[in-house]
Design a protein around this ligand. Structure first.
Ligand SMILES: Nc1ncnc2c1ncn2[C@@H]1O[C@H](COP(=O)(O)OP(=O)(O)O)[C@@H](O)[C@H]1O
Ligand SMILES: [Mg+2]
Length: 529
């Protein structure tokens, strides 16, 4: 590709524009033949191009378009006019320009730097405040310019600005530790399983039990981000304009907890120019929806597709983009409007059965079936509150989680894009879970007795697979299935009564084990349905 050209009255140089969570090349062509500067931007969709031309010619303001061509256009004009010599290997240039000639910072410099490197550039000129961010891209020299004059001199090589050093890794924020949560052993164990398999989880319990406290400790249980994951997440934050000046790669998995009044656009992304939403800011981390039934139905519905695909497609009148959005979904809710449905004292709860059902229906249609775990968080016992905080810290839990993840990566190594149990499709779970016949029968019996769907079957199977991985067991056995069923309390009826237990279970299992080994249990769809 030609990096730049100049022919007396004409100059062309390379820039780049944000596209989704990445960047795409844009060629800036400047023509002085008619006396007035005219220019073209090649590489953008027509409408954006025309828009940008008009904006620059009239007001010089491209910021609303989310592109940063003022600086390359201005440098191009100087080159075309013969005021600045064209170097042999010109750098790629991005930046905005104030009328004073000051270069203003822009969003998306990390993805633009990655794109510049991909295009074969070795030099990048960016606004001074963005230079440490661009320098995160290895193999690229990034020079920051404060003014148009500095940019022009650096561009031509007559007076080079020094290359920037990469932004320092920000020390990981002191994340809250699991040991601070008193009691709640079962809920902690559930959270550990969720982390180990990458499962979406819903915490259910009365107010003040520690649901929010537990949720905030999930990122500390997850494996450290790989370099690639950190670059992905940081690029999104850069495009969103969320990076602090001089901030390096994100080192801690993001934890996003948007309030329930958030708009659909705020949640999944949108606006002009398109900006990442909370689900993309949570990419490679955790999206926490506290007080889940309070979220708007349309917001919860909008999460379904991204949860399935790990990305979100955004289409606006003049713009379309796909943004990564692979996150763990963590929800929290009370068991009923008053919050005390599960209290040992039945008089504590003042809700009617209809009120309880209505409350649960707010989540059951739009999103409930996306949670692998429903973790019961019981009211805190006075003894737990009074005693010393006890129990494991996040560190040892994370080590177990990492070991379980390693087993999963090895098992799924031959399947591109599949890393953890939560990602298994239903058919894949049935094919790859490696469950014993006894475990399959047990699962089929549970599903039959509780009157659950095929989807619930597959989710419980995946969960059982993760429990087996936590225990280092190659095969999913009956005990794992049982433990998995304990982590899905909403499979029980809304009146709070537990599902029928052992006697019926024995009967049903007796019926189930007479099927031929390996045969599909009755009542479940076959592979591929
Ligand atoms: N299990 C617990 N261990 C220690 N402190 C707790 C626990 N549960 C609640 N708390 C205290 O009560 C406060 C409220 O807890 P929170 O997590 O907001 O409860 P929930 O979200 O279930 O309503 C916490 O900030 C903490 O100080
Ligand atoms: Mg709370």
């Amino acid at each position: 590709m030609s990096f730049a050209t100049a022919t007396g009255v004409h100059a062309s140089l390379q820039s780049a524009a944000i596209a989704g969570a990445g960047a795409r090349p844009v060629e800036v062509q400047v023509d002085l033949a008619l006396g007035l500067p005219g220019f073209h931007l090649v590489g953008l969709p027509d409408h954006a191009c025309n828009d940008a031309r008009t904006r620059v010619l009239t007001a010089g303001d491209l910021r609303k378009q989310g592109v940063a061509f003022d600086l390359p256009i201005a440098v191009g004009i100087l080159v075309a006019a013969g005021l600045v010599p064209l170097p042999e290997r010109p750098p790629l240039v991005v930046g905005e320009l104030a009328l004073s000639g000051e270069v203003l910072p822009v969003r998306g410099v990390l993805p633009i730097g990655l794109e510049a490197r991909r295009l074969g550039f070795q030099e990048l000129i960016v606004p001074e405040p963005n230079a440490p961010e661009g320098a995160l891209v290895q193999g690229l020299r990034v020079r920051g310019a404060r003014t148009l004059a500095e940019a022009a001199e650096t561009f031509s090589g007559t007076n080079l600005r020094a290359p920037a050093s990469p932004a320092a890794q920000t020390a990981p924020a002191v994340t809250a530790d699991l040991s601070e949560v008193r009691g709640q052993a079962t809920a902690k164990w559930g959270l550990e399983i969720a982390a180990a398999g990458g499962h979406n989880a819903l915490l259910i319990g009365p107010p003040g039990a520690g649901k929010t406290m537990l949720a905030r400790r999930l990122p500390g249980l997850l494996p450290a981000m790989t370099f690639e994951e950190a670059v992905e997440a940081t690029s999104i934050w850069s495009v969103a304009g969320r990076l602090q000046r001089g901030q390096g790669l994100l080192t801690v998995r993001p934890f996003r907890a948007p309030h329930h009044t958030i708009s659909v656009a705020g949640l999944i992304g949108g606006g002009t120019p398109l900006r990442p939403g909370e689900i993309s800011l949570a990419h490679r981390g955790v999206l926490f929806l506290d007080e889940l039934p309070e979220y708007g139905r349309s917001a919860l519905e909008a999460l379904r597709q991204p949860l399935e695909d790990g990305e979100v497609s955004l289409v606006r009148a003049q713009d379309r983009a796909t943004m990564p959005a692979r996150f763990m979904l963590l929800g929290a809710m009370n068991p009923c409007p008053c919050g005390h449905a599960a209290d040992p004292d039945p008089d504590r709860c003042t809700c009617t059965l209809a009120a309880k059902e209505g409350y649960r229906r707010r989540v059951s249609g739009p999103i409930l079936d996306r949670f692998d775990l429903h973790i019961e968080v019981g009211a805190l016992l006075p003894a737990d509150l009074l005693g010393q905080p006890q129990g494991e810290g996040s560190g040892p839990v994370r080590e177990r989680v990492e070991r379980a993840r390693a087993l999963q990566r090895r098992r799924y190594a031959h399947i591109p894009g599949l890393h953890c149990n939560a990602q298994l499709s239903g058919p894949a779970a049935r094919r790859l879970a490696n469950a014993t016949d006894e475990a399959r029968s047990e699962l089929a019996a549970l599903i039959e007795i509780r009157g659950l769907s095929a989807r619930a079957h597959d989710r419980m199977l995946k969960l059982a697979r993760t429990i087996a991985d936590m225990q280092g067991d190659e095969r999913v056995g009956k005990a794992h299935v049982h433990e998995a069923s304990q982590l899905r309390c909403l499979d029980r009826r809304v009146d709070g009564r537990p599902p029928p237990r052992v006697p019926q279970l024995q009967l049903a299992r007796g019926a189930a084990v007479h099927r031929a080994p390996g045969a599909q249990p009755a009542g479940l769809p076959r592979e591929g349905t």
